[in-house]
Design a protein. Sequence first.
Lengths: 115, 112
Amino acid sequence: EAGVAQSPRYKIIEKRQSVAFWCNPISGHATLYWYQQILGQGPKLLIQFQNNGVVDDSQLPKDRFSAERLKGVDSTLKIQPAKLEDSAVYLCASRDRSLPGYEQYFGPGTRLTVT
Amino acid sequence: SQQGEEDPQALSIQEGENATMNCSYKTSINNLQWYRQNSGRGLVHLILIRSNEREKHSGRLRVTLDTSKKSSSLLITASRAADTASYFCATVVSGSARQLTFGSGTQLTVLP
């Protein structure tokens, strides 16, 4: 079974530029999450999708961050404009809603450096 | 905000020794999970313990949960160099939309 795919793996941009990350979850997983992980900290949830609908985006800085999952499969997370404090690893995770366990499957992440 | 806090923040042991990491959390939970994160890799689910369970085993892993103290511990027995990683506890809060809230992690180094 293929895992969660993310691209790019690394991205370096200057502040005020825009950037987009892509995620392809495990096939059949209806629930998709985006997390931000700042160096030395645990991941923090940004947004949760169920199919193509948003379940929770309460921690997404909506003035600069946006995310979509138009067809209920792939998802993109965008930052515009980026700030220095956005430097972090952005993790995508998915979960099979039909299984009783609540464990999530994570992609390798995209490491963003904002200079 | 972080729901769980791990202790210690960093742990260094010799290969073959046991490693114990602790996690404390603040609110009532549905379950608690432990994840491992190797350098350059994503998080990998290790084990899940439900709020009505007190202990669970998986291979060299042993997890305990004390809901009265709002704490959990992860024991890795007979550690190997390959166990070197960051370990995170994550809670699913009761009544939440199946969301994980992660702690700050313990960095484990196993020396050969």
